[in-house]
Design a protein around this ligand. Structure first.
Ligand code: PIR
Ligand code: CA
Length: 307
C-alpha cells in the first residue's frame, strides 16, 4: 500500500489521475491539494471538490496557491472555461478543508512515519516548492516525489518547455534542487498514453458514472488535439504519475540530473536532463517507456470500481 498526496489542477487528465488514485487498491489517498494551472484556483478547487463528491473521496481537499511564485499565469486553453473540457460538474462538492493546501501537504507528510508519504504533483509545482521552503524537514520525511511535468526531448507549451514547468519554473527549480528522490514523468512518457478510439470504447463500455465522465471529458479534448498532431487520440498525462506509484514496472526510467532553465529566452522552463554518466547518488530520474496495454488495464479496472 502506498500513501500519496495528490497535488492537482483539474484539468481533465487530473480528473482521471484522481479517479485512479481514489479507486486503486494499492493507493491510500491521504490528501488532495489544488494549485492554479489549467484554470484559476477557484475553478480547479471547485472541480476537485465536485470530483471528490462524485467519486466518494473522503481525503481532505484543500486549496493551495493561486498563482506562480514569480511569473504571470496563463491558463491552458485545451481544458476549456470550466477546466474539465466540455464538462461542467453540478453534483454536490465535498467540504473544503480550512487549511491552506501548503499546510495540508506539510501536516500530512509529517503526521506519518518518515519514508511513507509520496508526493504526486500533477500541476505547476508552486505548492510543493512553498511546502519545502516553509518546512524543509519534509525533504527527509517523504518517500519520494513522482511528478507529471517537463520532458527531456519534448515540450508542449514551447518547443522545449512543458506547461506545468513553464507555468512556475522557479518552483520547479526548487523541487528538482532538493535531495529527495524525484521521478519526472514528462511528455516523452505521457505522449505514449493516448486515448485512442479503441481505449475510449473500452472506457465507454465500463458504464460507471466515472467512466461516462471520462468519455465526455476526453471527447472534447480529443477534438482539440486531433486538429494538431495527435491523430490517434489525445495524451492523458496525469494518471501516468499515479500509475508509476501503483506499479513501477509499468514504466522504465533513466537516472539523470535535471536542471530547469530559468534564464533562457527560447528555452525558459526546459527540463534539461543530463544523461552523461550520472553520479551513483543522483536522486532524480526520468520516465522513458510506458507499458501502454497494462497502463490502460489499470485505469479501466479503477473506473470499474468507482460509482
Ligand atoms: C495538458 C495540460 C496543459 C496543457 C495542455 N495542452 C495539455 C496539463 C495537464 O493537466 C498535465 O498536468 C500537464 N499540464 C501536461 O502538460
Ligand atoms: Ca494537470
Amino acid at each position: 500500500m502506498r500513501t500519496i498526496v495528490l497535488d492537482c489542477d483539474p484539468g481533465l487528465d487530473d480528473a482521471v489521475a484522481l479517479m485512479l488514485a481514489a479507486a486503486d487498491p494499492h493507493i491510500e489517498l491521504a490528501a488532495v491539494t489544488t494549485v492554479a494551472g489549467n484554470q484559476t484556483l477557484r475553478k480547479v478547487t471547485d472541480n476537485a471538490r465536485r470530483l471528490a463528491g462524485l467519486l466518494g473521496v473522503t481525503a481532505p481537499v484543500a486549496a493551495g496557491c493561486g498563482r506562480p511564485l514569480v511569473r504571470t499565469p496563463a491558463w491552458s486553453t485545451v481544458h476549456g472555461d470550466s477546466g474539465l473540457g466540455g464538462v461542467t460538474l453540478t453534483n454536490d462538492p465535498v467540504g473544503l478543508d480550512p487549511r491552506h493546501g501548503v499546510d495540508l501537504i506539510i501536516e500530512t507528510v509529517l503526521a506519518r512515519e518518515a519514508g511513507v508519504v509520496t508526493l504526486v504533483p500533477v500541476g505547476p509545482l508552486t505548492n510543493i516548492a512553498m511546502a519545502v521552503r516553509k518546512e524543509p524537514r519534509i525533504v527527509e520525511h517523504v518517500r519520494e516525489v513522482v511528478l507529471m511535468g517537463g520532458g527531456y526531448h519534448a515540450g508542449n507549451r514551447t518547443a522545449v518547455a512543458e506547461f506545468n514547468i513553464l507555468t512556475d519554473p522557479e518552483a520547479a527549480a526548487i523541487v528538482f534542487g532538493e535531495p529527495w528522490p524525484v521521478t519526472m514523468v514528462g511528455l516523452d512518457l505521457t505522449w505514449q498514453a493516448l486515448a485512442t478510439p479503441a481505449v475510449l470504447a473500452r472506457i465507454a463500455a465500463v458504464g460507471t458514472a466515472a467512466a461516462e465522465l471520462v468519455v465526455a471529458m476526453l471527447g472534447s479534448y480529443g477534438e482539440a488535439y486531433r486538429a494538431h498532431r495527435f491523430t490517434e487520440g489525445p495524451p492523458v498525462h496525469d494518471p501516468c504519475a499515479v500509475a508509476y506509484v501503483i506499479d513501477p514496472t509499468l514504466i522504465t526510467t533513466r537516472r539523470a540530473p535535471i536542471t530547469v532553465e530559468l534564464t533562457g529566452t527560447a528555452t525558459l522552463g526546459m527540463t534539461v536532463a543530463d544523461f552523461r554518466d550520472p553520479e551513483p547518488d543522483c536522486s532524480t530520474q526520468v520516465a522513458v517507456d510506458l507499458d501502454v496495454p497494462r497502463f490502460w488495464d489499470l485505469v479501466i479496472e479503477a473506473l470499474r470500481r468507482l460509482p
